[in-house]
Design a protein around this ligand. Structure first.
Ligand code: ATP
Length: 746
């Protein structure tokens, strides 16, 4: 890579845009004091990403912006642009193993323009080919370009012997810088930072895992319980399926049998109809019986009355017959005797007859048989009339009267005989009626017997039915109870094992459950239910979901931990690799620098010896541990002088030693360019010549920008720029080039 040119605008005294061609081997910058020469070195320091304002002789960042003069206004921004020729693509060939991916796209360009701009508000931007990049990218880019930090590339006025006065550790750092090992340090630091972050992350993840561990263990146990519950549920499902299908079958068989034998309600309907029939039967029996009895009683009473009347008529007929016989005798007697004598027996008879008649009448009245009473009264009158007529006839004309009485008697007998006949007829009618009634009664009784028999049968049937109904009700009740238990079990089953249990009818039941006694099956169900209940975990779904999430989180953390540990290992490997590369390159670099330093030293101090040595430095770290660090010591001996302490060297000697060392350091990994700001200032003429020789050697490897007042040094320049302070108050650059001065300001 080649530095092409530098453009400064608004930076310190360079108000106007000024371009400095740095393509020559040695470019000199000359000019009077205060003209702005050092400002050029600082402009280069600025664009290289210098962070120390002090090293640019300012207090704040904005101090580098042109502050204005009598003739020129103050500016609001300062910018420095460095143009790098990348046609040979050396940038691309840089150790890309560790290349910054943000820079990679730019490394293919033929020209790289690195710019730094600072604004009045103190903010600043870094631009690579116009695109904003970070300071880190700038540092890496420069590191790749071998420019390293500005500390080594730009040696300020009076800073030359800084390297001599530095501590072995600082010297080591400067040497590493010069050897281009800064990038390793950057990488190491970055890796160490990453490692710290990774370790913190590991710690964080481990903490998180530790935190969730007890919860996860708890959830694991819960889930195990749930799983064992699941097992038990499966068992319960099998038991339930076996039990329910068997019970359902048995209930169906029982129901069928009951329907076949008659349900209690159907039997009740039969009993109702039997009861109605019984009712009817019992009612019918009462009517026929009472009707027949009453009629017969009436007829019998009538009969008795007819008998009595017949007897009476028979008696009357007997009397009339007797009377007739008597009259006939009297008639016969009269034929012999006309006197009427009333025999004593007649008198007794009439008395007896009348008395009997009265008794009959009395009875007839008593039984309200008025016809009978009336007939009795008529009989009495008839007897009395017959008696008096008989005896009157006897008195008046007994003879005639006896004939007359006889006629009447005969008529009377005839009437009575007729009456008797009629009575006989009536009696026979009634007797017929009674016999009819008896016949009917007989039939009724027979029917009654049949009905009673039927009633008996029906009643016994009713009793039998009632007991059957009671039994049936009991059976139906049992079936109902079993059905209720069945339904409750099914419902409970759905709640415990889910709706799958409802498909029990479609399941094939294992043989062993088919033959297992049902009460054992039921006991197994109860035990299973109890076990599930005991292991009961509320919110199963939530627990499982939470377990899943926690487990996933734990797995994620575990994976993350593996990944982080993997990157930790990679980082450690990288650190190891970088450290060993660094150590290797450093130790070989130290040897090389020491060799070149010895040569320079011998050249500058003829007969003198100089070399670099690595020393171990003991350091106590923050934790009180001893750490061994390496440092660089400078061993020198001047010809004909015993002193070895550099501090005891003269200023010119010190300047030469330090320049020799700086030049030696730069010669191993030569930077593309170096800025030497009046490093030759303390040298006398003879030493300036020696300086010039070293400058020449150094310029073979690096382009040099030399700010000097020294003529000897100027002799070694291929190109000279003169800096003047213009009348407007800004610095101006004039190319001298040992030719006619040419204004280079645009
Ligand atoms: P010497 O030979 O004495 O070392 P020099 O040529 O190196 O001098 P510089 O130190 O580069 O000179 O320049 C100093 C000049 O720059 C001073 O005149 C100073 O006023 C001017 N200067 C510094 N900062 C600013 C600024 N921000 N704005 C304007 N001028 C500035």
């Amino acid at each position: 890579m080649r530095l092409s040119h530098i453009t400064i605008q608004g930076f310190k005294s360079f108000a106007k845009k000024t371009t400095l061609d740095v393509t020559h081997q040695v470019t000199g910058v000359v000019g009077p004091n205060g003209s702005g020469k050092s400002n050029i070195a600082e402009a280069i320091r600025f664009v290289l990403g210098e962070q120390s304002i002090k090293s640019m002789r300012g207090k704040t960042g904005t101090d580098v912006i042109f502050k204005g003069s009598e003739h020129l206004p103050a500016l609001s921004r300062a910018s420095v642009t460095m143009v790098i020729d990348n046609k040979n693509k050396t940038m691309k060939s840089i150790d890309t193993a560790h290349a910054n991916q943000d820079l990679a796209p730019f490394l293919v360009y033929d020209e790289l323009t690195l710019a730094r701009v600072i604004y009045a508000d103190g903010t600043s931007d870094y631009l690579l080919n116009g695109a904003k990049i970070r300071l880190k990218d700038v540092q890496e880019l420069l590191s790749f370009a071998g420019i390293g930090g500005s500390a080594h590339t730009i040696i300020n006025q009076g800073e030359a012997d800084k390297i001599l006065l530095a501590s072995p550790r600082d010297r080591k750092e400067s040497l590493e810088d010069a050897l281009g090992l800064r990038v390793y340090h950057m990488r190491l630091n970055e890796s160490a930072r990453k490692l710290e972050r990774v370790k913190a992350h590991v710690h964080e993840v481990e903490l998180l895992r530790k935190e969730i561990k007890p919860h996860l263990t708890h959830l694991e146990r819960q889930v195990q319980k749930i799983e064992s519950q699941e097992e038990e549920r499966k068992k319960l499902l099998v038991f339930l399926e076996a039990y329910l299908s068997r019970e359902e079958y048995e209930l169906a068989v029982l129901r069928e049998r009951i329907v076949e034998q008659g349900t209690s309600s159907s039997l009740l309907l039969i009993t109702d109809s039997i009861r109605k029939e019984l009712e009817l039967l019992k009612h019918a029996k009462h009517d026929s019986h009472t009707g027949g009895v009453a009629e017969k009683q009436t007829l019998q009473a009538e009969m008795r009355s007819l008998f009595e009347r017949r007897d009476q008529i028979t008696k009357t007929l007997g009397r009339l017959e007797a009377e007739k016989i008597y009259i006939e005798k009297e008639i016969a007697k009269q034929k012999e005797n006309k006197d009427v004598i009333i025999p004593h027996n007649d008198f007794k008879d009439i008395y007896k007859t009348v008395k009997n008649k009265f008794e009959i009448i009395h009875k007839a009245f008593a039984t309200s048989s008025f016809n009978e009473a009336q007939s009795g009264i008529k009989d009495i009158l008839f007897f009395l009339e017959s008696f008096f007529t008989k005896h009157a006839i006897h008195e008046d004309s007994n003879h005639e009267s006896y004939h007359h009485s006889k006629k009447i008697l005969e008529q009377d007998i005839k009437d009575h005989e007729e009456k008797a006949q009629k009575l006989e007829k009536d009696i026979s009618i009634i007797e017929e009626k009674i016999s009819m009634i008896d016949m009917h009664t007989q039939k009724t009784i027979q029917t009654k017997h049949e009905e009673e028999k039927k009633i008996m049968i029906l009643e016994s049937k009713l009793r039998e039915l009632e007991s059957t109904i009671a039994l049936r009700k009991q059976e139906e009740g049992e079936i109902e109870l079993r059905k209720q238990h069945f339904d409750a079990l099914l419902q409970e089953g759905v709640m415990i094992v889910g709706r799958e249990v409802l498909s029990y009818t479609n399941k094939i039941i294992e043989e062993k459950y088919k033959i297992m006694p049902k009460h054992d099956l039921l006991r197994a169900i109860e035990r299973s239910k109890l076990r599930i209940e005991e292991a009961g975990i509320p919110n199963r779904g939530e627990v499982i979901a939470e377990y899943k999430t926690t487990k996933e989180r734990d797995e994620y953390l575990t994976k993350e931990l593996i990944d982080i540990r993997d990157s930790e290992e990679k980082l450690l490997a990288l650190i190891k690799e970088l450290t060993s590369s660094l150590e290797e390159r450093f130790s070989s670099g130290v040897k090389e620098v020491s060799k070149v330093f010895s040569e320079f030293f011998a050249e500058v101090f003829v007969g003198g010896k100089g070399k670099l040595t690595l020393v171990d430095l003991i350091k106590i770290d923050d934790d009180g541990n001893q750490i061994v660090e390496q440092g660089i010591d400078i061993d020198v001996s001047l010809p004909n002088k015993k002193i070895k302490e550099i501090s005891m060297f003269s200023g010119g000697e010190r300047a030469l030693v330090s320049i020799a060392l700086l030049f030696a350091m730069s010669s191993i990994t030569p930077p593309p360019f170096m800025v030497l700001d009046e490093t030759d200032a303390p040298l006398d003429e003879s030493n300036a010549r020696k300086y010039g020789v070293m400058l020449k050697r150094l310029s073979e490897k690096s382009k040099l920008l030399v700010i000097t007042h020294n003529r000897e040094t100027m002799n070694h320049c291929d190109m000279l720029y003169g800096v003047t302070l213009s009348v407007d108050g800004g610095s101006r650059l004039l190319s001298i080039q040992f030719k006619e001065a040419e204004e280079y300001v645009q």
